[in-house]
Design a protein around this ligand. Structure first.
Ligand code: GUN
Length: 280
């Protein structure tokens, strides 16, 4: 049976390390602060935002919460972000996505100062990732790298297939694996012979957003399988993009859903907030 990669434990370790760092910073009179903005009240977003604020509280990061009504205009949101950009007591700014339809998310992302873009979504931070300069990295893919490293899984020289090419997960994931010296292939909805391609992977990272799509016959014996998906199955039980039970019999290591990649996203967001201070 595969080694189960314990995202709950690893994310807790990271949060505890950050808590220690933030406490030490406080002793020198430095406080870390994150502004969290939610427009409207999408229930899933509300859960994420609540968990982000809870993590801040645990670590000792001051969180400023902005819960704006659904009908907030794009101009009003931009005005708030510009005010927070200028506020020297605020280190990180996060606008929970999705925003309501009358607001252009790309415009909002570009309004956040790249120095405070703890989500790593600003084109300037994405560009830095491409050319290997230090900047904020998207939290979920950064979390996957931590899962692999802290589980003692070698990345350098390995064949890695990333299934999915979103700006938030697939693309930065591929770039991070490249930075770690893996040989990387990005697969997507137009990829031909997806199954055969996945079978070549030493490390298979799946972020396609289709429940239990990856079955055991996509997976090479002994491969490491990372499942970024999260869905509810017909019995309302959480599941990923990977058919866990059968794939776990073939893989050498695998992330469960829940308790794999999921908890890492917030841990890396917290890490980005603290890291922003080191760079100043
Ligand atoms: N919505 C879904 N994932 C994310 C994320 O990582 N950051 C933000 N800001 N919104 C999201």
């Amino acid at each position: 049976m595969a080694q189960i990669i314990d995202g709950k434990k690893i994310s807790q370790d990271i949060k505890d390390e950050l808590k220690e760092k933030v406490t030490a910073l406080k002793d020198t009179g430095t406080e870390v602060a994150l502004a969290v903005i939610q427009v409207g009240n999408d229930p899933a977003s509300s859960v994420y935002v609540r968990n982000k604020k809870k993590a801040c509280e645990y670590i000792g990061i001051r969180s400023l919460s902005y819960e704006l009504p659904e009908e907030t205009t794009e101009d009003a949101l931009i005005e708030l972000i510009e005010k927070l950009n200028k506020d020297e007591t605020v280190n990180g700014i996060l606008v929970q996505l999705p925003v309501p339809k009358h607001i252009d998310p790309d415009k909002i992302i570009r309004t956040i100062s790249p120095e405070k873009d703890v989500d790593g979504f600003h084109p300037q931070n994405v560009g830095k990732l491409v050319i290997g300069e230090e900047g904020f990295v998207s939290c979920t893919p950064a979390g996957v790298i931590q899962l692999l490293k802290r589980s003692g899984i070698e990345i350098s020289g390995k064949n890695c297939v990333v299934v999915g090419r979103s700006n938030i997960v697939g693309k930065p994931m591929a770039l991070l694996m490249l930075r770690e010296n893996a040989t990387v292939t990005i697969a997507h909805s137009k990829t031909k012979n997806l199954k055969e391609l996945c079978q070549t992977a030493d490390i298979l990272i799946v972020a396609i957003g289709k429940p239990q799509f990856i079955t055991a016959d996509y997976v090479k014996e002994g491969a490491v399988v990372i499942d970024v998906g999260i869905h509810r199955d017909e019995n309302n039980k959480l599941c990923g993009d990977v058919r866990y039970e059968e794939v776990a019999e073939k893989a050498s290591a695998i992330t469960p859903v829940p308790g794999g990649v999921g908890p890492m996203t917030i841990a890396m967001l917290m890490s980005n907030c603290v890291e922003s201070l080191d760079r100043e």
